[in-house]
Design a protein around this ligand. Structure first.
Ligand SMILES: *Cc1c(COP(=O)(O)O)cnc(C)c1O
Length: 456
């Protein structure tokens, strides 16, 4: 039933909070392709995966049939400290744009880690603790994932080892100190602690590192140490499952007021926030119960959906991880050096890749100077300083709302505001100084990087 006044913020009561995650794979006719063992090219078995990930997460990773999976009580207790995240009706933005569209955003930045990544970090730390492990290892680039995981490990008393890309370690000392405050040990990568790190340092003395290299070090550290497993903050099926809390809360809150979104927009790096936000809505679409338009927004400098190839590829530059079938730019693809806006992963979640291949959602790419212009506009109107990643979705939502102004359509637009931008002020500085530029890779560059795809 539609209500007359929609509040600025729609919250859920504690007893209205989701008690299960939703696994969209259960409702997909075409399931996402399985991870392959890079040696045998056969689907990774639970036994093979259990050397890297903890057992319960392996089960979730491989489960394509169970639609609802219970959120353990201990995780729901932690969620209660910072959730529900606010679902905001952007009245001020609508007014400023002069649009008949109704705009809503789900804000995931109101916790200390500053992003949605905590939703999966706490789940992964819980299952590691439950299995009796000592600790977990991971990599972090910009630092959001490492921060979220540090908080989660502190809560459950787990050791947390973070390999942080050296250039970020040096340029983002505050992120590093947040992680250390939560008890994590943070090592600049490449390091001399691992065999792969020593090898890379010998081959490239003075290198400032890369995400691919940090992944390889974190995986080695987990698999060579008793009682440790590796954890990842995006891309994987299990991460999308945990992030469905975003969409489930949004849907429950909208249902309370009889609101039905027409367009649902999210930024896409590895696909976890977008996959989580759209999950229950996509479920309705897959079951033929409702229809929605889904839009993934990616940077023009790292356009895996819009210009990538749907194929099996390595998940990491070091080529130690399993192969995943996804839209990819090739695991050697590195966005141009002037790219400051995040979302720089070369591939995309297998779940979203399959949905996109089946025509169930669309994708667009936007240039970073346009993204920061939208971020500045949003900050000045709605008050929140957005993360550059989130601002990709803001840009697309504003464009949709402006279209409605022109056509007079009263569409309801929902977008995911994944985080705050306090730790991204160097990027904002570039923009404010007028020094930010755009780079769009040429067809030749993309052709060259996808030419190295493994032959499967
Ligand atoms: C990590 C991150 C993203 C991108 O990751 P996805 O897995 O694509 O969601 C987007 N926004 C913020 C704030 C992030 O920290």
């Amino acid at each position: 039933m539609a209500k007359d006044h929609i509040p600025y913020k729609i919250y859920l009561e504690e007893n209205e909070m989701p008690k299960t995650w939703y696994n969209v794979r259960a409702d997909m006719k075409n399931k996402p392709a399985p991870l392959l063992n890079p040696g045998t090219l056969k689907p990774m078995t639970a036994a093979e995966l259990s050397g890297v990930f903890c057992d319960e997460l392996v089960k979730q990773e491989l489960d394509d049939v169970t639609p609802y999976i219970e959120i353990p009580e201990e995780i729901r207790e932690f969620y209660n400290m910072y959730r529900p995240s606010p679902l905001v009706r952007a009245y001020c933005l609508e007014k400023k744009l002069g649009t008949p569209a109704k705009i809503y955003y789900k804000f995931e930045g109101n916790n200390t880690s500053g992003s949605h990544k905590l939703n999966s970090a706490i789940a992964q730390a819980y299952y590691a603790k439950k299995q009796g492990l000592k600790g977990v290892t991971t990599e972090t680039g910009a630092g959001q994932w490492g921060t979220a995981l540090s908080m989660a490990c502190a809560y459950f008393g787990l050791d947390c080892k973070v390999y942080m890309v050296k250039v970020s370690y040096e340029q983002k000392p505050f992120r590093r100190e947040v992680m250390r405050t939560y008890g994590a040990s943070v090592t600049p990568s490449p390091s001399t602690e691992t065999a792969v790190g020593r090898k890379i340092l010998a081959e490239h003395p003075g290198t400032t590192g890369s995400l691919g290299c940090a992944i390889s070090e974190a995986v080695e550290a987990a698999t060579t140490r008793e009682g440790y497993r590796y954890v990842l903050g995006s891309v994987l099926n299990q991460v999308l499952l945990h992030q469905s809390i975003i969409g489930l809360e949004t849907k429950a809150a909208m249902d309370k007021y009889g609101i039905k979104p027409d367009v649902i927009i999210g930024c896409a790096g590895g696909g976890s926030n977008l996959g989580g936000l759209i999950a229950p809505f996509m479920g309705e679409k897959l079951r033929g119960e409702a229809d929605y338009e889904f839009i993934a927004v990616e940077p023009a400098s790292c356009p895996s959906f819009t210009r990538g190839t749907f194929a099996y590829d390595f998940c990491d530059t070091g080529k130690v991880c399993p192969l995943a079938k996804m839209y990819t730019l090739g695991c050697g693809f590195i966005p141009a050096a002037n790219h400051a806006g995040g979302l720089r992963y070369h591939g995309m979640s297998s779940v979203l890749s399959q949905l996109y291949a089946d025509g169930l959602m669309r994708a667009i790419s936007v240039k970073q100077t346009e993204v920061f212009k939208a971020a500045e506009y949003f900050a000045r109107v709605e008050g929140i300083l957005p993360a550059p990643e989130s601002s990709h979705a803001i840009k697309a939502a504003i464009d949709e709302a402006v279209k409605c102004r022109e056509t007079g359509e009263e569409k309801t637009i929902l977008f995911g505001l994944t985080g705050t931008g306090y730790f991204d002020m160097t990027a904002y500085e570039q923009y404010n100084d007028g020094k930010m530029t755009d780079y769009v890779p040429t067809d030749e560059e993309i052709k060259a990087s996808v030419s190295c795809l493994p032959k499967v």
